[in-house]
Unconditional design. Structure first.
Length: 409
């Protein structure tokens, strides 16, 4: 099969969606299929098929009149800049995908509601369309609307209605939709009324063997000899809750200082988080390592993985920590309780509760045998559960089923 993996998000990037796409591509190609990537490029300035090095820039595709319209409607003074931000970028993504060409693919596999809706508008009906939704965009943007002090209630309600409709469209526009867990399935069926027969539920899978081979790729980072290492890996965005981790560490520092925390990743909150670190007096205790390619090695020399996220589907960072044999503390939100058994394979902490997060971290610092046992259990569970080979066969089953149905029409 000729397969296109497509996402609205910028690639390459740090994060679970891009890692999932890369690993799925590798597995599909190993089975003899041809796979391309389609996505936005840096700063949403162009759309590209990344592995073919083909791109179309916004300035080349859109007229000056349309570009001015987009700038005008992205103005903060517009009644709803969030809607227009996404609408204008969806318009260009759709045009760019059509320009780069979609007709040669047997299957297009989109990775979010935006690319799903856009691709569905311009794809050939002979091409099968499958979607995987890695999270609930409507919930994320709803939170943004209602947490903003500048938004009026009417605008927030308008935004909620708009993105709720888009969530439904994104979940139903493809021939079939894949979600990673029951939490996401229940949101789509119960809240957004997506038909149950539209959805399949199975985990992403992960190439555990390839990941563990990279553990020995040592870099310049060394763990301190006299302290335990806490680590966070992922995007530095509001929804990841790293500001709550810093708040918890500020409380922890009042009681003990036998630890250091590494923050690995980049994102829009990086500067703000560094300012918070300074304000809390944590500059000697919390180290921002930036975006890095040595995650397997860094996890192998750390003691406790912490994910203080405010909302989550099936976090890649937890998967990597599990197969690294680490004790994991993560928020009890989204699909996380489906992959962590509290007190057995990790610790679930109340979302946004800095005091409890601090207590959980301190308990694991204090009790070495318990912490190590959590890591052993997590690795056993993770190595059994995250089989990439089984996961790719399930994806191929969805492809083939959709192709068979298409041929019967």
């Amino acid at each position: 099969m000729k397969i296109l993996l497509a996402t609205f998000w910028v690639t390459p990037h740090v994060g679970g969606v891009w890692n999932y796409m890369q690993q799925l591509k590798d597995k599909l190609e190993a089975l003899g299929h041809e796979v391309d990537f389609l996505s936005y490029g840096e700063n949403h300035e162009y759309v590209h098929i990344i592995n073919e090095n083909r791109r179309i820039d916004m300035n080349d595709l859109l007229s000056e009149e349309i570009l001015q319209y987009m700038k005008q409607h992205n103005s903060p003074t517009h009644p709803d800049p969030i809607i227009h931000y996404y609408e204008t970028r969806c318009d260009f993504f759709q045009l760019g995908a059509d320009y780069l060409g979609l007709d040669k693919y047997d299957v297009i596999h989109t990775q979010d509601i935006f690319s799903t809706v856009c691709i569905n508008r311009v794809r050939s009906k002979k091409t099968v369309h499958v979607a995987t939704l890695h999270g609930c965009v409507a919930h994320e943007l709803r939170s943004a609307y209602y947490s903003s002090k500048t938004n009026k209630q009417g605008i927030a309600n308008l935004g909620r209605e708009h993105f709720d409709r888009l969530e439904y469209d994104g979940a139903t526009s493809a021939d079939h939709t894949i979600v990673a867990n029951e939490w996401m399935r229940d949101i789509l069926t119960d809240e957004f009324h997506v038909p149950k027969e539209q959805l399949s539920v199975f985990h992403y899978g992960y190439d555990t063997e390839a990941f563990l081979k990279r553990v020995d790729e040592k870099t310049e980072i060394e763990r301190p000899a006299d302290k335990k290492v806490l680590i966070y890996t992922g995007r530095l965005s509001e929804f990841k809750g790293v500001h709550h981790l810093l708040g918890a560490l500020s409380q922890l520092k009042k009681r003990r200082t036998d630890w250091v925390c590494w923050i690995v990743g980049d994102g829009p909150m990086e500067k703000e988080l560094k300012n918070i670190r300074k304000a809390l007096g944590l500059e000697d205790d919390v180290v921002f390592l930036g975006r890095r390619n040595d995650i397997p090695y860094l996890l192998s020399i750390s003691d406790i993985f912490v994910l203080p996220t405010l909302m989550e589907n099936q976090p890649l960072s937890v998967i990597e920590a599990q197969i690294s044999g680490m004790a994991v503390i993560a928020s009890d939100v989204g699909g996380i309780p489906e992959i962590i058994e509290h007190g057995i394979t990790g610790v679930l902490s109340p979302v946004g509760d800095e005091e409890m997060l601090s207590i959980h971290i301190e308990y694991l610092l204090e009790h070495d045998s318990y912490r190590k046992n959590l890591g052993v259990n997590a690795k056993i569970w993770g190595m059994n559960h995250w089989s990439a080979d089984i996961a790719v066969q399930k994806v191929l089953g969805v492809y083939q089923h959709s192709l068979d149905k298409s041929r019967q029409k």
